[in-house]
Write a protein that binds this ligand. Sequence first.
Ligand SMILES: Cc1cc2nc3c(=O)[nH]c(=O)nc-3n(C[C@H](O)[C@H](O)[C@H](O)COP(=O)(O)OP(=O)(O)OC[C@H]3O[C@@H](n4cnc5c(N)ncnc54)[C@H](O)[C@@H]3O)c2cc1C
Length: 320
Amino acid sequence: MAKVWVYVEIANGKADATALEILTRARSLDAEVSAVVLGPGATGVASELGRYGATTVYASDDPVYEEYIAQPAAHALHELVVEHGPDVVLFATNYDSRDVAGRLSAKAGAPLMSNASDVTGPSTATTAAFGGQTIVDVKLEGPLKLVLVRPKSFDAEPSDGDAEVISVKAHIPDELKKAKRVERHAEETSGPKLEEASVVIAGGRGLGEAGNFKLLDDLAAVIGNAAVGATRAVVDAGWVPYAYQIGQTGATVKPGIYLAFGISGATQHVVGMKGASKIVAVNKDEDAPIFSFADVGVVGDALKVLPQLIEEVQRRKGGP
Ligand SMILES: Cc1cc2nc3c(=O)[nH]c(=O)nc-3n(C[C@H](O)[C@H](O)[C@H](O)COP(=O)(O)OP(=O)(O)OC[C@H]3O[C@@H](n4cnc5c(N)ncnc54)[C@H](O)[C@@H]3O)c2cc1C
């Protein structure tokens, strides 16, 4: 039986949410699924990884993996793959995992595919090309394959599975302790995370200037459980931080409702939000491509619609 491994990043004792999505997908494949988790709290999350699909969890609580960036983890993971010979290792597309995957690819001479939107077998995956217009099936060759999977490609669903925990005892040479993490900074945000909010309110260049994003914050506050996102055009313009970006090179969101204000609907943006259950778009151009994805379209000036919408939601909620 094929061996499918999932590399699970851990931060503050919590397993990465995308890795849980990937484990859920992996357990539907005809394969033996294992997880590798390295860093403080690793053994603590092993049973959770078992519930999401791993039957074996290779774990180490050694702080070296938290303290030094990527090199120790890539070294330990390389030793494990040499010893156990998995067919494929799946990684979440996030900063640290990408770093580990690239280093492992170089060490093992293994092909690395990035930006996968599905994993269909131990050697096959799919990705989107041309801004999501074309879905490409990819077959990877070689004894070991590495695949970086996009967040929100699958829903994370626990099962009643359980995992055997195998302790990882890799010796990390001093020359791999070069890039030290001196600080971990969590960006201060109020409200839910973009990827977890049930309502996402996104703004584009049509909002005119950075200050008008305040209207989106105000709408999010009156709606509740809502997060604010943006297009790359406004992130590049410096209106909002990169963490707001939705799309091919940003976050993928699947909220119940996605509200788009002053967004044209470029394919690179749409690929990150088309999974929303309902899409509402406000754009002053009736031919804007976003309208072909929208369940409800309003042809109008976002700067006029937003204050009215805020007022109406407030009124219906019995607000001030
Ligand atoms: C490799 C690559 C990766 C990319 N990745 C991403 C990505 O991850 N995410 C992303 O978003 N983009 C991405 N892009 C950029 C993408 O192609 C678009 O350029 C971008 O999404 C456009 O952003 P926008 O809709 O804010 O701006 P525009 O395309 O300029 O659209 C502005 C819209 O606002 C409307 N408008 C103007 N004034 C008003 C008003 N007062 N009220 C209402 N509507 C108004 C206009 O009619 C227009 O439709 C990527 C591009 C490349 C090449």
